[in-house]
Design a binder for this molecule. Structure first.
Ligand code: HEM
Length: 522
């Protein structure tokens, strides 16, 4: 009716046009302030260094949503002199601070860790399947949950679980071996196998339940899981951009097919986890023994008496999402580097042969994996050079400070494992070179010779770092050991495998495709 009146020149036309003009004017002023004037004249960080190469539309990047943003951020960090903080701008002048030196990183991840949290949109998106996981709890609840979860993730307990990792690793290479025996020319899709192995692994070590996706690749759990962990698309980037200016909560509830599939799959997976946890609870009540040695993580957590069933479902869903793809991707990059370096592959095989002998199934390799220097060094160097999350963004929950700088509530801050793990001032002039030797020098097995405790950020740092890092490393060691002891690995796509997939994680777009030759066993 309004349109009709405007069209017909009705009595309200003038008023309506004035209102629209006013709205447009307000919007133009608002956009002009936030996108042009604020970053130049009004930001409280205007004295901090920033890159001069910037446009309003794309910020410091060459396009609105580049495939991977971290190489550009790294270039800015390397070419902008700074004292620990740099201003970076994304599309439409979105302002982010990057912490660049050990002082500002320590403040951000350790001293002031609880002044920062995940951004609201990320919480809303992830909460749908992980519920209130560790990352989203209030500080008080976080401390209680983390303290009572930690014993299950401590190195002594991980060593007791590592026979599971070894058995799964052998099962994975056994499946590959069958495929190679039936067709020696077959190209093996490493991602497919390792993704199933790490999913099973977390099911077994996390809650004493074998999902059996290695044996049954198309089982419902795996298919549902694939639906939840959808590849990132530019749609999510648009939602992220718009959420800076509009409330996107309704959008996440929109009746879109993909969103409905995620919601249904989340319910399915949460129900599976709830059922298994219920069984663990009943079993724990039936057993007299209080001995938790070698028990799955959920049983150890249940025994603390702190967690309710629903909270444990949230935690298991987080382990599955945080631990499965990340470990599988580290394994893929290990295969990539080994295939490019046949002499290192041979050296590792020799070390493994000495430790394992010829019958892999007869040894319990897990507990001794940490003591093989070259295996440790190689995997540590892969984790340094290929951090699964190259950049992690958080926002200030309250007014705080970083490196002596005042940080108002709401400020978006970023740390980058990609940048810090390759920082020449921390790692030396060969920081960009893949060099496992740095972990082999006397006393350097843990630090790689870096000059700071905040030089390796693959697993974050401080009280909110990755709780599963020793679980991940032990899993990776077993997978790599079983693979290298069983096969000579030649990548079929070594020249193109390092092209990265769109998104925020360091994943090859093609994955690794290998020709495997079974190593003769004496
Ligand atoms: C190579 C493999 C892995 C990598 C690179 C990795 C990396 C990370 C990173 C960077 C964080 C975020 C730290 C922060 O917010 O600043 C994180 C958090 C977390 N990771 Fe991992 N992770 C891996 C494997 C695992 C595994 C196997 C598990 C569990 C079985 C796990 C469980 C978690 C949990 C629960 C958190 C949240 C911790 C908290 O908020 O207190 N991760 N991980």
């Amino acid at each position: 009716a309004l349109f009709h009146q405007v069209y017909d020149g009705g009595i309200y036309t003038g008023l309506l046009l004035q209102l629209i003009a006013l709205e447009l004017g307000v919007f133009a002023c608002w956009a002009c302030y936030w996108m042009i004037l604020y970053p130049r004249y009004f930001t409280p960080f205007r004295h901090l260094p920033t890159s001069p190469n910037r446009t309003i539309l794309t910020g410091n990047f060459p396009e609105l949503f580049p495939n991977n943003t971290w190489p550009y951020v790294r270039h800015i960090a390397e070419t902008t002199p700074n004292d620990g903080l740099i201003r970076i701008y994304s599309a439409l002048s979105g302002e982010v601070l990057l912490v660049t030196n050990p002082n500002s990183i320590r403040d951000f991840l350790a001293a002031k860790a609880f002044d920062f949290g995940h951004q609201e949109l990320i919480q809303l998106a992830i909460k749908r399947f992980t519920g209130s996981n560790l990352g989203f709890l209030s500080t008080a609840d976080f401390k209680v949950h983390r303290k009572n979860m930690l014993p299950a993730f401590a190195i002594p307990h991980i060593k007791q679980l590592s026979h599971i990792f070894w058995d799964k690793a052998l099962e994975m290479v056994g499946c590959m071996e069958e495929e190679v025996k039936s067709n020696p020319q077959a190209l093996i899709e490493i991602r497919e196998y390792v993704s199933r192995a790490t999913l099973d692994n977390i099911g077994l070590a996390g809650m004493g339940h074998d999902f059996q996706t290695l044996k049954q690749p198309d089982n419902e759990l795996r298919l549902r899981f694939k639906k939840v962990i959808l590849d990132q698309t530019k749609v999510f980037s648009w939602v992220g951009l718009l959420s800076r200016y509009l409330d996107m909560r309704m959008l996440l509830k929109a009746p879109i097919k993909k969103l409905r599939e995620i919601a249904e799959s989340s319910v399915y997976l949460r129900n599976v986890c709830a059922r298994v946890i219920q069984e663990r609870m009943e079993k724990l009540q039936r057993t007299e023994s209080k001995d938790l040695a070698g028990k799955d993580i959920i049983t150890v957590a249940l025994a603390s008496g702190v967690f309710q069933q629903g909270q444990l479902v949230d935690h298991v869903m987080t382990f599955l999402t945080a631990g499965h793809e990340s470990t599988a991707t580290a394994f893929e990059w290990t295969m990539y580097e080994l295939a490019r370096r046949p002499e290192m592959q041979r050296r590792l095989r020799a070390e493994l042969r000495e430790a394992l002998g010829s019958d892999l199934a007869a040894v319990d390799f897990g507990p001794q994996a940490q003591s093989l220097p070259f295996l440790n060094a190689f995997c540590s160097e892969v984790l340094r050079c290929y951090p699964f999350s190259p950049m992690i963004i958080k926002s200030a929950r309250r007014d705080t400070t970083l490196n002596g700088e005042r940080i108002p509530k709401g400020t978006v801050v970023l740390y980058s494992a990609e940048i810090t793990n390759h920082d020449k001032s921390l790692w030396g002039p060969d920081a960009d070179v893949f060099n496992p030797e740095r972990w082999l020098a006397p006393g350097m097995a843990k630090s790689g010779g870096a000059s700071s405790n905040y030089a390796m950020l693959t697993f974050g740092a401080g009280p909110r770092n990755c709780i599963g890092q020793d679980f991940a490393k032990a899993t990776l060691h077993c997978l790599v050991a079983a693979m290298v002891a069983t096969f000579e690995i030649e990548l079929a796509n070594v020249d193109t495998a390092d092209r990265l997939k769109y998104g925020q994680t360091n994943k090859s777009v093609e994955g690794m495709w290998a020709r495997l030759k079974i190593v003769p066993r004496q």
